[in-house]
Design a protein around this ligand. Structure first.
Ligand code: NCD
Length: 311
């Protein structure tokens, strides 16, 4: 049995197979429409989510399986004081696979240690968000045709944003990747991340103004300021509108630069950018369903007609 806690749990070769399976699922949905019949996915979300939870549920329904779960800690027995370890032991009796989101770093890992079904980390505090990373990688590979030789700008809340931390861990395994970290001073990339990059000899620069570097980017990964992880509201209010990607700034970018965003967007991308062909964040959300379909089948040990089991 295998869990997914971090994007590094899969080798790059396994990831290639997972992406191939996801692309095949996109092209031949009917071929996979019954593959999970009789199987149940539990979504245990102790923290708010729209995309991640619903894309997991959509993925399982597309595969012919069923879903159950909760979307709010207050409607689960956590409100009565039940531990994550006990909850997962119970969920293991009801479902075949579980996707868990939790505000505490490491909580899905604790659950995986006590579980008799595969557990997928659907986001743990400011730590990791591996299925968003798989979504991002699939989007980049499908639309750019490669995961190497890229200059990538990550912009916004680089301190608290778990999606950027997860994505960087995954991207450093590919050749010739260069990062530009675009953030206000207060929301800089944590030092444990920049130390990791220095140890691996990966090039990065820290920049404050988006317009100073946008012309050099192959990818721009925008993020919102993570209000829920701030200790005081004043700091959030001061920083929340620091970036706004609008048509004017975008006019400085390369014609084939892709704009990604894990969503939800707050104010950091103007809606006038949405119709630009470089804005792929809604397509990215669609890729999130295909990659979760591929992941569920893989962790359940189910093979498609073409897919092949990578476990
Ligand atoms: C992200 C998250 O939850 O970390 N959203 C998502 O899963 N698509 C990004 C965010 O909330 O800013």
């Amino acid at each position: 049995m295998r869990h997914l806690m971090s994007p590094l749990d899969f080798t790059t070769r396994e990831l290639e197979q997972l992406f191939d399976l996801a692309n095949d699922m996109e092209q031949h949905r009917e071929r996979y429409a019954h593959i999970c019949e009789g199987k149940k996915l539990a979504t245990c979300f102790y923290e708010p989510s729209t995309r991640t939870r619903l894309s997991f549920e959509a993925a399982m329904l597309n595969l012919g399986g069923q879903v159950l779960g909760f979307s709010d800690a207050s409607s689960s027995s956590a409100a009565k004081g039940e531990s994550v370890s006990d909850t997962i032991r119970v969920i293991s009796c009801y479902a075949d696979i579980c996707a868990m989101r939790h505000p505490k770093e490491g909580a899905p890992m604790v659950a995986a240690g006590r579980s008799s079904i595969p557990v997928i980390n659907a986001g743990d505090g400011g730590h990791q968000h591996p299925t968003q990373t798989l979504t991002d990688l699939l989007t980049i590979r499908s639309l750019k045709g490669r995961l190497s030789d890229l200059t990538i700008g990550l912009c916004g809340d680089l301190k608290f944003g778990r999606t950027v931390h997860s994505l960087i861990h995954a991207l450093v395994r590919y050749e010739n990747i260069r990062f530009l970290f675009i953030s206000p001073e207060e929301l800089r990339m944590p030092s444990y991340m920049t130390e990791m990059l220095r140890e691996k000899g990966i090039a990065y620069e820290e920049v404050i103004r988006l317009e100073d570097c946008i012309d050099s980017l192959d990818l721009l990964y925008m993020t919102r300021v993570q209000r829920e992880r701030f200790f005081n509201e004043e700091d959030y209010v001061r920083l929340k509108d620091f970036y706004l990607l609008d048509k004017e700034k975008l006019s400085l970018a390369k014609d084939d630069m892709l704009i990604l965003h894990p969503l939800p967007r707050v104010n950091e991308i103007s809606v006038e950018v949405d119709d630009d062909p470089r804005a792929v964040y809604f397509r990215q959300a669609q890729y999130g369903v295909y990659i979760r379909m591929a992941l569920i089948c893989t962790l359940l040990g189910l093979t498609g007609e073409e897919g092949g089991n990578i476990c």
